[in-house]
Design a protein around this ligand. Structure first.
Ligand code: HEC
Length: 193
C-alpha cells in the first residue's frame, strides 16, 4: 500500500480492488465523522485520502504497465552495483596507471606471480581462482591491489569479493604476505596477459 501511495501508477489490478474496498470504508468513516461533528481539518485530511485511493482504483491498466517499466528501470539503476567504481577495502585508495605497460615491472611481477600465485591462478584460464587475464576490464586497479593485499577483509566486507567467494565455492583468496610494491608489479604483469 505504501508503494501505491507514493506512486499510484504502479498499482496493479489487485491493488485497485484493495483501493476500492478502502474507498468504501473511508466513505463510511466520513459519514460517521460528519455526524459526530468532527473538526473540518480532520475531514479535509480524510477527503484527500479518499481522492488518492479513488485515483488508484480508477487508474487504467495499460497506463500502469507503461509507467511500471520506467519506474522499475529507474529503481534498477539506483541499486545496481558497478564493480568498475569499486576501489575495495585496503591500503590502496587511488592508483593512476600509465597508458604504456612498463615491461620491466611486468617481468618482476611475473616472477613473483609464478612463485606465490600460480598454485591457484592460471594466467589465462579459470582454476582454483579466476584468471588474472583481463582483470582490469572488470575491476578497478585499486580493487585488484586491495584484493591481493587485504583478502581476508575483502572477502568478508566487499560486495564484489564476497560474490567472487561464493562463485568459487567458498575457496578463499589467500593472503600471501605481499608488499604494496610487489602487488603493483604483478598488476603490471596482468596487463600483459
Ligand atoms: C590458495 C589459493 C590462492 C592463492 C595462493 C592465491 N589466490 Fe587469488 N584468489 C583465490 C580464489 C579462490 C579467488 C576467488 C575467490 C575469492 O576471492 O575468495 C581469488 C581471487 C583473486 C583475485 C580477484 C580476481 C578477480 O577476477 O576478481 C585476484 C586479483 C587474485 N586472487 C590475485 C592473487 C595473487 C596476485 C596471488 C599471489 C600473490 C593470489 N591471488 C594467490 C585463490 C588464491
Amino acid at each position: 500500500m505504501i508503494t501505491i501511495m507514493v506512486n499510484p501508477n504502479r498499482a496493479n489490478d489487485k491493488d485497485r480492488t484493495f483501493a476500492k474496498v478502502l474507498t468504501n470504508q473511508i466513505y463510511i468513516i466520513i459519514n460517521k465523522l460528519i455526524t459526530n461533528k468532527l473538526t473540518t481539518m480532520k475531514i479535509k485530511y480524510l477527503i484527500i485520502l479518499l481522492v488518492v485511493t479513488t485515483a488508484i482504483s480508477c487508474g487504467s491498466g495499460n497506463q500502469g504497465a507503461d509507467t511500471d517499466k520506467s519506474t522499475e528501470q529507474k529503481a534498477g539503476e539506483a541499486t545496481v552495483h558497478d564493480p568498475m567504481k569499486n576501489k575495495g577495502i585496503g591500503p590502496v585508495k587511488n592508483l593512476v596507471i600509465a597508458n604504456e605497460i612498463d615491461m620491466e615491472m611486468a617481468a618482476k611481477g611475473e616472477e613473483i606471480y609464478n612463485l606465490k600465485c600460480k598454485a591457484c591462478h592460471k594466467p589465462t584460464e579459470k582454476f582454483i581462482g579466476p584468471a588474472p587475464k583481463g582483470v582490469l576490464d572488470r575491476r578497478t586497479p585499486e580493487w585488484v591491489m586491495n584484493m591481493i593485499l587485504n583478502p581476508e577483509i575483502m572477502i568478508k566486507e566487499d560486495p564484489d569479493a564476497k560474490a567472487l567467494l561464493i562463485e568459487y565455492n567458498m575457496a578463499p583468496m589467500a593472503n600471501q604476505g605481499i608488499t604494496e610494491e610487489e602487488a603493483r608489479v604483478m598488476l603490471e604483469y596482468f596487463r600483459t596477459l
